[in-house]
Design a binder for this molecule. Structure first.
Ligand SMILES: [Zn+2]
Length: 322
């Protein structure tokens, strides 16, 4: 996730009609089918619906840092029910507004929502997960995060101003269309070795399309994707939740640009070589086909994350244990 990848692929009218029908079906079923997300991969605080006494928009002395989420989009809707329909919007939230959540829940078709408790009426309110971010306490300690041990995902975000101090420019010859890209120094060195090996061992010319991205750039990409595909989109990460902000993730492409940010890249010679050889250079595929099949994450054969050779095995084991 976190890739601009399919941001330009707009929904067809046919798909929109299906989405509306699914929305209506969802409206009829919501009371019976909303369910809490399984505990795996979630902070403990979200694994139960243990009530907090914090009210919507306020926080009490017992506020748990674990449960705090921040709205990142001005005008984000707060709903009376976990449905995208506009007639159940209770109010709108400001960017920067903090919510105390009771739990994260999923509606049919994969849309996730934060459940809040309303201070005024005692009935819950809901915010689409698409509009909120959460800074994991372990990511807010200050300083550069340890490479290969960073915790990042849909529920574990980075501070918006997190930017590693050791970003370096990749030489233009490694970058697609010579557009400069930045990575953390250790990841940049590994990336150069990876791309040099592809050329020397198999004659493949592979380039970096995208590397470090700030949370501000991510917010732009995410807003654009939600406008095109709705809150259920899972291709573009929310600001603070993209591996690209770590400064260790890259989107790669063949120098000829064939199947750019497309699943078919995985079937090209370049895509197959990378899948087979990336571990030797300390890279892993965060969004493999196997994980996509198992967890419904996007399949992104172009996205690679540097974790260091010593961490590859542990990292892949963790992914497989999810
Ligand atoms: Zn990516």
């Amino acid at each position: 996730m976190g890739c601009e990848g399919k941001a330009l692929r707009f929904m067809s009218w046919g798909k929109k009609a299906v989405a509306v029908l699914l929305g209506l079906a969802s409206a009829a079923m919501w009371a019976h089918t909303v369910h809490a997300i399984p505990a795996r991969g979630l902070p403990t605080a979200f694994s139960t619906s243990a009530a907090s006494d914090s009210a919507y928009g306020r926080s009490s002395g017992r506020t748990s840092e674990q449960n705090l989420w921040t709205c990142w989009l001005d005008g984000a809707p707060v709903h009376k029910k976990p449905l995208p329909a506009p007639n159940i919007v209770a109010k709108v939230a400001r960017a920067g507004q903090v919510f105390q959540a009771e739990t994260v829940e999923a509606t049919p078709f994969g849309t996730e929502w934060l459940r809040l408790r309303s201070g005024e009426t005692g009935t819950p309110l809901w915010v689409p997960l698409a509009y909120v971010r959460r800074v994991a306490p372990e990511n807010a300690m200050g300083g550069d995060l340890p490479i290969g041990r960073e915790q990042i995902g849909p529920y574990h975000g980075l501070p918006l101003d997190y930017c590693p101090s050791d970003l370096v420019l990749l030489p233009a010859r490694y970058c697609f269309n010579d557009e400069p890209q930045r990575l953390r120094a250790e990841a940049a060195e590994a990336c150069r070795r990876l791309l040099d090996a592809a050329q020397q061992e198999s004659g493949l010319r592979i380039r970096v399309l995208s590397a470090f991205r700030s949370a501000q750039t991510q917010a732009y990409l995410c807003r654009r994707k939600i406008s095109a595909a709705g809150i259920e989109q899972r291709d573009v990460a929310r600001p603070g939740h993209s591996e690209h902000q770590l400064g260790t993730a890259v989107d790669l492409t063949a120098a000829n640009g064939l199947h750019l940010l497309n699943e078919r890249f995985g079937e090209t010679r370049e895509g197959r070589w990378l899948a087979e050889n990336c571990r030797r250079f300390g890279f892993v595929q965060s969004y493999s086909r196997a994980r996509a099949f198992r967890e419904g994450t996007p399949y992104e054969p172009w996205h690679f994350r540097y974790v260091g050779r010593l961490n590859v095995e542990r990292f892949e084991r963790t992914l497989n244990e999810r």
